[in-house]
Design a protein around this ligand. Structure first.
Ligand SMILES: Nc1ncnc2c1ncn2[C@@H]1O[C@H](COP(=O)(O)OP(=O)(O)OP(=O)(O)O)[C@@H](O)[C@H]1O
Ligand SMILES: [Mg+2]
Length: 655
């Protein structure tokens, strides 16, 4: 049956129809053969019957008319065989008849005949015995086989009648002439009603049967040839009207599926029949497919845009956690390349910084089926750590089986940094207020100490060790005053004098002041100024102090041979000017970054730094409504960014 699968539909159809028709035709031919045989048999029996009737009429004539007349005419004891013996006459007539119809067999025989030639053979004796045993049976009709030949046989018993007794009764009564010809040993002493023999008429059937068989076979063969011709004609017709157009439709669809043809193309079949209607339906379906495809593309585009455009990371992973898709934000956050995703080489659970977070993520997913705003720290492929909020769902396939994870990750690193910064600012503000109070109280007694000390020093009569001690007191009290002034600056209690100034020029003036320091340490300065930066409403002295503090810090951070870059830009969106001062010095360690704006925090040796530079700068920038931050530069030096509003409207000027 396997070969059937390889056949085309037309061949299967023709093979099936062919087998059915051949079987049907064979049955028909055989039925015809059987039918014709039966007709011929009936015909043969009717012929034997007719002939038999003819013979019986002849016998009746001899018996009833001819023989009595001959007995009457002839002298006593005379018997003329040729005119009086029924057997002789019928045999003679039939032997003449057989010259023209040699196939017809006529026998009138007995198991005890007068004439030895009429002795029954073995089969004829069987018939005689059959009739003797079945006295009611007056004839037998049927087909017998003899020497492998078939015959239609009509047999009848010959029954002794009173008219026959003169010749077959007692030998003494029989004509002398008869006894002279046949003797007296057999054929006599019969009684009326005895079955003395049979009449037997046979017609051979084989020749006609063979003809019928040949005819039926010819009909069968002719039918098969006719069918084959019909099949060829029908096949050609089906080929022209159906197979070829369907083949055209099939190859058209194959081209569409292979991508060689677009959904715009149409099947060119113009017939108005069913195939034409099918082609038209296909063309309509193509239009529908095109429309669906376009809708699908635009839907895919829409969701792809949402996916790719999302500022939050979206990651799709399979059940094992291998990443199948990651949007731009996701790739950037986790430091993945597009090829990593295509290669299936990224594993979602590698991104957890702590394995305990991964365990919690998995147990929450298993317990709830989802996870929402799970705060966790992730580690990117480039080694960056990010604070994120993670939400995830299980992903289901068409049969609603879990097939992976859909994860949304919100990067909150910046937000957390800002929160920390706000917290820090509040802390610094509180410290500033405290420092201002202390500074204010110490300022007056210190001024008195300085006043009295300077008065004493003006006195020339004080010399020697006392003068030296007074100078030490004066010098240290002066240092204290400087610290107090710094503290007051930090807590914004100094007077503010506003005016428009160009920030580039202001920075240049500070850089000029430090030229000697830079040359001493072989530090080169890179200026990257925004050329047409608008003038800024500031207290120039205070901003100059901030710039100075930052540049001194940068200079101190470089041992020798370094670069300090100064960049200015104008943020038109927020209407702010930005100053960025960066260096390639020792940098600021992660552990102290949060502390550097605190007053008196310093890493420098005693006498070199007081730890007030940045805290004062912070206070001054805040006073201008601006902002100062230390950028995270990793291990590549330090960078400070100052943002100042173009019009410092809300400058606080507290006493
Ligand atoms: N550019 C820089 N590079 C490296 N570390 C810096 C830089 N700027 C500031 N720091 C660190 O911040 C600390 C605080 O700086 P700040 O200017 O407030 O105080 P100081 O420089 O130590 O002393 P002062 O400025 O009062 O003389 C410094 O001691 C230093 O550790
Ligand atoms: Mg400093």
């Amino acid at each position: 049956m396997h070969f059937l699968k390889k056949l085309s539909l037309t061949k299967k159809f023709f093979l099936g129809i062919g087998i059915i028709l051949v079987l049907f035709w064979a049955l028909f031919s055989y039925s015809t053969y059987v039918y014709l045989r039966e007709i011929y048999k009936t015909e043969a029996f009717s012929k034997t019957n007719l002939l038999y009737q003819q013979i019986q009429s002849t016998i009746k004539y001899i018996r009833d008319d001819l023989r009595p007349t001959m007995f009457h005419i002839l002298p006593h004891n005379q018997f003329i065989i040729e005119a009086m013996s029924v057997s002789f006459i019928t045999k003679s007539i039939m032997s003449d008849f057989r010259k023209k119809h040699p196939n017809v067999i006529y026998r009138r025989v007995s198991d005890n005949p007068l004439n030895g030639e009429n002795m029954a053979n073995r089969r004829e004796n069987k018939f005689i015995n059959y009739f003797r045993d079945n006295r009611k049976s007056v004839f037998w009709k049927g087909i017998i086989k003899d020497n492998n030949m078939k015959f239609a046989v009509h047999a009848k018993p010959v029954i002794m009648e009173s008219e026959c007794l003169p010749c077959h009764g007692k030998p003494a009564d029989a004509p002398d002439m008869l006894k002279k010809i046949y003797g007296t040993t057999s054929g006599f002493n019969k009684k009326v009603g005895d079955i003395i023999g049979i009449e037997y008429l046979a017609l051979p059937l084989d020749k006609t049967f063979t003809q019928i068989k040949d005819l039926s076979f010819s009909i069968f063969i002719a039918g098969i040839i006719g069918m084959m011709l019909m099949f060829i004609a029908i096949n050609s017709l089906i080929n022209i009207v159906a197979v070829r157009p369907i083949g055209k439709i099939r190859s058209f669809f194959k081209s569409v599926v292979d991508g060689n043809k677009g959904f715009d193309s149409k099947i060119a079949i113009r017939s108005k029949d069913e195939i034409g209607e099918l082609a038209n339906s296909f063309n309509t379906m193509m239009e529908y497919l095109k429309k669906s495809k376009n809708e699908l593309i635009s839907s895919e585009k829409k969701y792809r845009q949402i996916f790719e455009g999302s500022k939050d990371a979206i990651i799709v992973a399979d059940c094992l956690g291998y990443v199948q898709e990651a949007n731009k934000a996701g790739r950037e956050l986790l430091g993945w390349k597009e090829t990593d995703i295509a290669d299936n080489s990224r594993y979602l659970f590698d991104v957890f910084l702590n394995s305990s977070d991964y365990d919690k993520f998995m147990s929450d997913m298993e317990n709830n089926g989802y996870i929402k705003d799970f705060e966790v720290r992730l580690l990117s492929a480039e080694g960056n750590v990010a604070d994120v909020l993670m939400s995830a769902n299980y992903r289901e396939d068409e049969s609603r089986q879990i097939c992976g994870f859909e994860t949304m990750i919100k990067d909150i690193t910046e937000r957390k940094r800002l929160i920390r910064q706000v917290y820090e600012a509040e802390r610094l503000a509180a410290m500033g207020q405290l420092a201002a109070g202390v500074a204010h109280e110490i300022n007056n007694p210190l001024s008195i100490i300085l006043g009295y000390t300077s008065l004493l020093l003006e006195n020339d009569s004080i010399n020697g060790l006392v003068r030296k001690d007074l100078q030490t007191i004066y010098g240290n009290a002066n240092s204290c005053k400087k610290i107090i002034e710094d503290l007051l600056s930090f807590s914004r209690v100094t007077e503010t004098r506003l005016g428009y100034d160009n920030i580039n020029c202001l920075i240049d003036s500070v850089l000029d002041m430090l030229t000697y320091e830079f040359e001493k340490k072989k530090i080169s300065i890179v200026r990257n100024y925004c050329p047409d930066i608008p003038p800024l409403l500031i207290d120039s002295d205070k901003i100059r102090q901030v710039i100075l503090n930052l540049l001194i810090n940068a200079c101190q951070a470089i041992d020798e041979n370094g670069t300090i870059s100064v960049l200015t830009s104008y943020d038109t969106v927020n209407n702010m000017e930005v100053i960025k001062i960066s260096d390639d010095g020792c940098g600021i360690g992660e552990e102290i970054r949060e502390k550097i704006f605190e007053p008196f925090f310093t890493t420098k040796p005693v006498g070199e730094g007081t730890g007030l530079g940045l805290s004062v700068s912070y206070g001054l920038i805040k006073e201008h409504g601006g902002d100062i931050i230390s950028e995270d530069t990793g291990d590549k030096g330090a960078a400070f960014t100052i943002r100042l509003p173009l019009n410092a409207q809300n400058i606080n000027n507290k006493d």
